[in-house]
Design a protein around this ligand. Structure first.
Ligand code: PBG
Length: 330
């Protein structure tokens, strides 16, 4: 047998290496999560997520200007109401924090800032569960009614896309029907379809003060020992009308992203969640890793697994890196 002496990969150096890359990232695939807090004049650091802030609606323009300057124009909004109650009424009030933020955004920025809204009740309920309770259990069907009302109120306030994250059964259909009935048939739904009950949400729950007051979310979020169940969930959501399906978290769930991407014929989003962010941030602060390199490498892994969209707290850093071509030689 003839031995080939040329080194196998030297051929792929410099610009050629870039030309043959299988995975390419684009800033247009990134979505940045924003925490909007009821009140005025607020930009306050989130202790569990160094580098992330709570913003009151009036100060959002500051954030938008800096995002736009860095090439990020898609955001996902989470609301933090000043008062929580049993029914999570802050989620659908006409003057709710997300509704205020949406109106301001659309008035000042129009289509320049694309607004996805997270649709869930856990940031608004005093008990911290993702729905209306019946005793100690979430009442699935009453929750669906609330979610439909919240979705319509977000759409009225200017949401461009609705992202239900509650994991109740039948929620995509309920939300789709409600939106259509109110003339919002053009608003797409991005379903948190394969959402696992994960310890990676810890920093978010302190940021949103949304840890359940009792029990956990394991009755409605998925068991991470299961992969086939993700197939079932995404197919059901698509059948109910989801336009985009999401896998969450991202980093420890690359196999799920790959499975879903190979299965469905709609775009797949992955949410790199708070715990993934804070792990990298704290390891970098301790001088243990190269933050920028790791942010890029982990993002690539999500797209390599098959995701089309990445929701990430690192979206601005990633976008700048892509724009400056810093990925070329890494
Ligand atoms: C609401 C929701 C959560 C996250 C996104 N939407 C919290 C949860 O399910 O406990 C987590 C996002 C993150 O950790 O960055 N249900």
């Amino acid at each position: 047998m003839e031995i080939v002496k040329r080194p196998r990969r030297l051929r792929y150096s410099g610009t050629l290496r870039e030309a043959v890359r299988e995975t390419r990232l684009s800033a247009s695939s990134l979505v940045y999560p924003v925490f909007v807090k009821e009140g005025a004049g607020i930009k306050s650091g989130i202790a569990s997520m160094p580098g992330q802030y709570h913003w009151s609606p009036d100060r959002l323009p500051e954030l938008y200007d800096s995002l736009l300057e860095r090439g990020v124009n898609r955001i996902m909004m989470f609301g933090l109401p000043s008062k929580k109650d049993e029914e999570g009424s802050g989620a659908y009030r006409e003057d709710g924090v997300v509704q205020q933020a949406l109106r301001l955004t659309k008035r000042r920025y129009g289509g320049e800032v694309y607004c996805v809204t997270d649709l869930c009740m856990c940031e608004y309920t005093s008990h911290g569960h993702c729905g209306i309770l019946d005793g100690d259990d979430v009442d699935n069907d009453r929750t669906l009614e609330s979610l439909a009302v919240i979705a319509v109120s977000q759409a009225r306030a200017g949401a461009d896309m609705i992202a239900p994250s509650d994991m109740m059964d039948g929620r995509i259909r309920a939300v789709r029907l409600a939106l259509d009935a109110q003339g919002f048939e053009r608003i797409p739904i991005m379903a948190y379809s394969a959402k696992y009950a994960s310890a990676f949400y810890g920093p978010f729950r302190s940021a949103a003060d949304s840890a359940p007051a009792f029990g956990d979310r394991k009755s409605y979020q998925m068991d991470y020992h299961n992969r086939k169940e993700a197939r079932k969930e995404v197919l059901a959501d698509i059948e109910e009308g989801a336009d985009i399906v999401m896998v969450k978290p991202a980093l420890a769930y690359l196999d799920i992203i790959q499975t879903v991407a190979g299965l469905v014929e709609v775009p797949v989003a992955a949410y790199s969640v708070s715990g993934e962010y804070s792990m990298i941030k704290s390891a970098a602060a301790a001088g243990l890793i190269d933050e920028a390199a790791l942010v890029y490498e982990t993002a690539v892994s999500v797209f390599r697994a098959g995701a089309d969209i990445l929701i990430s707290y690192f979206a601005p850093e990633l976008s700048v890196r892509l724009r400056d071509g810093l990925n070329a030689e890494r």
